[in-house]
Every structure is written in C-alpha cells, then in structure tokens.
Design a protein around this ligand. Structure first.
Ligand SMILES: NC(=O)c1ccc[n+]([C@@H]2O[C@H](COP(=O)([O-])OP(=O)(O)OC[C@H]3O[C@@H](n4cnc5c(N)ncnc54)[C@H](OP(=O)(O)O)[C@@H]3O)[C@@H](O)[C@H]2O)c1
Length: 207
C-alpha cells in the first residue's frame, strides 16, 4: 500500500491521518479499542480503513501515535508483524512537571524502540515537536531523526507529500534532543508564547 498505517486513535492519530488523507494517501488505523478505530476512520473519510490490532500493517511506514510509555510495549507486542517496516515514533516522554524527560539522559523512546523492533525494521523520530492543533491548521517544519537513510527518505516523502517540510537533524541518537525540543515547545506554550498555536521551525539567512 502506498500510504501510512497509524497505530493509535488519539489526537495525533487524527491530526496526521487527516493530513495523510488530504494528501491522497491510503490510511490504515489500528487501535487497541476497535470502536475508537472505527470512529476515527469514519471521521477521516477518504477510504481510510481499520486494520486488526497486532497484525501486519498494510503500509511500509507505520506511525506509532501512542502515549510515550506505550510505544515500546506496543512495538514489542507487534513483534515480527513490524519486520521490514519503518516505525515512526512521535512520543514525548515528559516528566510530571513538564520540565524534563521521563527517562535517563543516555537514551530515548526511539532508541528503546529500536532495541525491541524486529529484524529489518527501522526507527525514525518525527512529528513530536508539533502540537496536534498546529498539524490541523498550519504548515510547520517537521524535524526527524534516524539511522537508516532509506527509512528517513520514506518518511520525508510522506511529510513532503502532505505539504510540510521535513528537516533531518541526524541519527537516532538525536531523538532525545528532539524530545527536548518537544519540552521547549511546551515551555513556550506555557510561558513566552502563551498558547499552543505555533511550532518551532528553521529560518535560513544568507551571508
Ligand atoms: N497531542 C499533541 O499535541 C502531541 C504533540 C506532539 C507529540 N505528541 C505525542 O504523540 C503521542 C500521542 O499523543 P496524543 O495526543 O495523540 O495522545 P492521545 O490522544 O491520548 O492518544 C493516545 C493513543 O495511544 C493509545 N495508547 C496509550 N497507551 C497505550 C498502550 N499502552 N497500548 C496501546 N495503546 C495505547 C491510546 O489508546 P486508548 O484510547 O485505547 O487508551 C490512544 O489511541 C504521545 O506520545 C505524545 O507525547 C502529542
């Protein structure tokens, strides 16, 4: 299938799914709650379909739109069903006070996903610096990180195909710094900007 599979049925699944349908992609939604998956594909329209929880996703690019502490267990649960797939982690593992990450300094959700992912799967971090309502209304830059160039090219093609700009920040070890950028975004929303209707981006300046 050319398009994406989304594991999860929440805010980000809806936002990314909406963009994907608008960009002409086939969209598959897999939810642990089938009723929520059914409701989401109905809302998405555009021929979006549900897939059975835990089965082999129809698309090569699989967005794990799950709460951060659910990403590693769900990828482990899917196991070989994700062999050969590009797994996109969008999670922000914030601590309870939203001023630090919920894991140690030497790792990230994306790197932990890579340790449980099956053979041939590649992990890409992306989308975590953007609020869902911005994806619904704006054209933000999408920062991404990963070790596999072909996997990143697939994710970049999807991002470009929905009208956004992918910005590669480097290898998967950069994923925790992207999580840090997510933290900065939340800090700005609560302080300097004061609302969530913005996204971090890059402006280039000549000379
Ligand atoms: N919302 C944003 O603006 C935003 C922005 C950037 C990044 N993110 C990140 O994107 C991810 C999704 O956020 P969201 O706002 O879409 O969250 P959400 O609306 O709460 O949806 C979370 C989804 O994850 C599922 N889930 C949670 N724990 C699970 C588990 N252990 N096993 C299986 N499914 C599980 C939920 O299923 P049930 O409904 O069945 O519980 C639901 O489908 C999070 O990691 C978040 O940090 C969010």
């Amino acid at each position: 299938m050319s398009g994406i599979s989304i594991i999860g049925t929440g805010n980000m699944a809806r936002a990314i799914g909406t963009l994907a349908v608008a960009g002409g992609n086939a969209v598959e939604v897999m939810g642990r709650d089938q009723t929520k998956a059914d409701e989401l594909v109905k809302a998405l329209g555009g021929g979006a379909m549900t897939g059975p929880w835990g089965a082999v996703p129809a698309a090569d690019v699989v967005i794990a739109a799950l709460l951060a502490d659910g990403v590693v267990p769900v990828v482990a649960e899917y196991g070989d069903a994700l062999a050969g797939k590009v797994i996109v982690d969008i999670g922000n593992p914030f601590n309870a006070t939203f001023d630090g990450l919920a894991h140690g300094d030497e790792t990230s959700i994306a790197q932990e996903v890579a340790t449980v992912a099956p053979a041939g799967a590649a992990v890409v971090k992306a989308f975590n610096t953007i609020f869902s309502q911005v994806l619904a209304n704006g054209r933000p830059d999408v920062f991404m990180a990963g070790d596999d160039a072909r996997a990143k090219a697939s994710v970049a093609a999807f991002i470009e195909g929905v009208g956004l700009r992918p910005l590669d920040v480097g290898g998967l070890q950069m994923a925790r710094w992207l999580a840090g950028m997510g933290l900065v975004t939340v800090g700005l929303a609560g302080n300097g900007i004061g609302h969530g209707g913005f996204a971090l981006g890059v402006s280039e300046f000549a000379g």
